[in-house]
Ligand binder design. Structure first.
Ligand code: PLP
Length: 289
């Protein structure tokens, strides 16, 4: 029977991870949960297209890596995978749904993590997919070796502390842009506040390396398979901002939105190919692993 949003909450009693249905419209979180009071936790957002969960294994591996970086208890990935599939299957059969996985350090003083899986309708991204986006370049103000120099900054973990990311988006929107491209203090192209940078040059596709403190993007991973299908080279490589000027198309890619071509960067219009955008979008909506 169709339902609205679906919520499954985690328990770890007796050492076994289990998920049980809960009312997504009812309060579930205690006010002293460290996820709420400190942003001390990790999450994933997974796209479900036509009922197919996208890049599930990749998302779960990244979830486990984020948890390890915060020294949270290792999530039981089989139990989480089953919960994600169940939430996706029990949701109304919409064309596009998002499933959010959250794991926090739990109620302060208990040492018991809090976790849940929440499926809900995806936002409507049709306009950015069709028309492209205006992107502002902003400094993340960390050096490109931040992960080794300052691992406590947790760059590259998908933590609940996204207030900085959303602040950067407000900053961009107040200046008439839709989104942000971060650069390091030493000039490396990094990522968006909630997206990976993908560039198509005449002779190759490119994205920036997670070693710079970036999320290892699942959407970018699926996009590279299109490059392989087209017989084109794809590489994970450092990029300088001025190199992007030579790209045929630059995208911001992420679960949910899939791919949005950058139509201007810092106010400078840039080319993008609607046909290639349509091909990439179609690929991303149909290739699920
Ligand atoms: N980088 C950041 C900081 C993100 O928050 C996200 C996704 O939300 C991404 C990259 C893209 O990752 P994915 O394609 O797996 O959604």
């Amino acid at each position: 029977m169709p339902s609205g949003p679906v919520l499954l909450t985690m328990s770890t009693e007796g050492g076994a991870t289990r998920f049980a249905p809960a009312d997504p419209a009812a309060p579930q979180l205690r006010v002293d949960d460290l996820g709420a009071t400190r942003g001390d936790g990790v999450f994933e957002s997974i796209g479900v297209v036509g009922g197919n969960v996208q890049s599930l294994r990749h998302h779960l591996e990244r979830f486990a890596r984020s948890a390890a970086m915060l020294e949270l208890p290792a999530p039981d990935l089989d139990a989480w995978a089953e919960a994600v599939r169940r939430a996706a299957a029990e949701h109304d059969p919409l064309p596009e749904v998002l499933v959010k996985l959250v794991l926090t350090r739990g109620v302060e003083g208990t040492g018991v993590p809090t976790g849940w899986v929440h499926a809900f309708p995806a936002a409507d991204y049709s306009r950015e997919r069709r028309e492209g986006i205006d992107v502002l370049v902003l400094e993340r103000a960390y050096p490109s070796d931040v992960t080794t120099r300052a691992p406590w900054l947790l760059q590259g973990a998908k933590t609940l502390s996204y207030a900085l990311n959303t602040a950067s988006l407000r900053h961009a929107r107040a200046r008439g842009a839709h989104d942000v491209l971060f650069v390091s203090s030493d000039g490396d192209v990094l990522e968006g506040p909630n997206s990976t940078v993908l560039a198509k040059f005449a002779d190759r596709w490119a994205t920036t390396p997670p070693e710079l403190g970036l999320l290892d993007g699942t959407t970018q991973g699926r996009a590279f398979r299109l490059a392989a299908q087209r017989g084109e080279r794809a590489e994970v490589t450092r990029l300088r901002l001025d190199e992007l000027a030579g790209a045929e198309v630059v995208w911001l890619v992420s679960s949910g939105r899939q791919c949005a071509p950058v139509r201007s960067l810092d106010g400078v219009p840039r080319p993008w190919d609607p046909q290639l955008q349509a091909e990439l979008l179609q690929h991303l909506l149909t290739v699920h692993d």
